[in-house]
Design a protein around this ligand. Structure first.
Ligand code: PGA
Length: 248
């Protein structure tokens, strides 16, 4: 079955008004009918975008709705300013900010309750890969969310498989390595609910760039990309979007 291709740019703690403006200009004139393009800038900048072709989201959301949680953003606020998407469970949030599977599942529950679409990030470290435990690790990450929201809830998410060893390292997983894990994810979900597994978009992330994108996006279970470093250059990011557009 054909799933909509998605390319999402995660700016992390980067960017400024000039970069937003470069993206507004480049993507207002781009012809991209077969791909959904999303940008996740630092939250301060979400309202600086004015290009209809770009869906703007945030990089993280609290599992709390309001109150004494300094530095957090809530789904009530996202609803208030019409933000429809958030990353949840990026490996940097898991590692640097100690977000475990329980916290991430709680965030997915909160986001779905507010009709916000999570891009749920999962992926293994090099140690886990070397130990031959990729599948069981990924399965545990998925199970904690499925236990919380069921397959109906998961069907409202977008998944991003991002091997930690490939993030920001310049080492992209080979298309075959990425496809192998994407196929495992789809098979595993298919063993629970075949139709959700078939319709769910699974993005690959980890050093995706203009060179590696076409072969990754040609894989049958890779439905687009979550792009960090290469999403900070409008020309290169556009080239990546065009590669997905051709596959869409
Ligand atoms: P990268 O980041 O493309 O710079 O590896 C991807 C991500 O962290 O989402």
């Amino acid at each position: 079955m054909s799933r909509t291709k998605i390319v999402a740019g995660n700016w992390k703690l980067n960017g400024n008004k000039a970069l937003v403006s470069a993206f507004n200009n480049a993507f207002t004139v781009a012809k991209l009918d077969n791909v959904s393009v999303m940008i996740f800038p630092p939250a301060l900048y979400v309202n600086e975008f004015d290009c209809e072709q770009l869906i703007i989201g945030v990089q993280n959301v609290s599992e709390q709705q309001s109150g004494a949680f300094t530095g957090e953003l809530s789904t009530l606020m996202l609803n208030d300013i019409d933000i429809s998407h958030t990353l949840i469970g990026h490996s940097e949030r898991r590692d640097l900010y100690h977000e475990n599977n329980d916290i991430i599942a709680a965030k997915v529950v909160t986001a779905l309750a507010a009709n916000i679409t999570p891009i749920l990030c999962i992926g293994e470290s090099l140690d886990i890969r070397t130990a031959g435990k990729v599948n069981e690790f990924i399965q545990a990450q998925l199970d904690s969310v499925i236990d919380a929201v069921g397959m109906t809830g998961l069907s409202k998410c977008i998944l991003a498989y991002e091997p930690i060893w490939a993030i920001g390292t310049g080492v992209t997983a080979t298309p075959a390595q990425a496809q192998e894990v994407h196929a495992f994810i789809r098979d595993y979900l298919g063993s629970i609910d075949a139709s959700v597994a078939q319709s769910l978009s699974i993005l690959y992330g980890g050093s995706v760039n203009a060179k590696t994108a076409p072969d990754l996006f040609a894989q049958p279970d890779i439905d687009g990309g979550l792009v960090g470093g290469a999403s900070l250059k409008e020309e290169e990011f556009l080239t990546i979007c065009q590669a997905a557009n051709q596959r869409g």
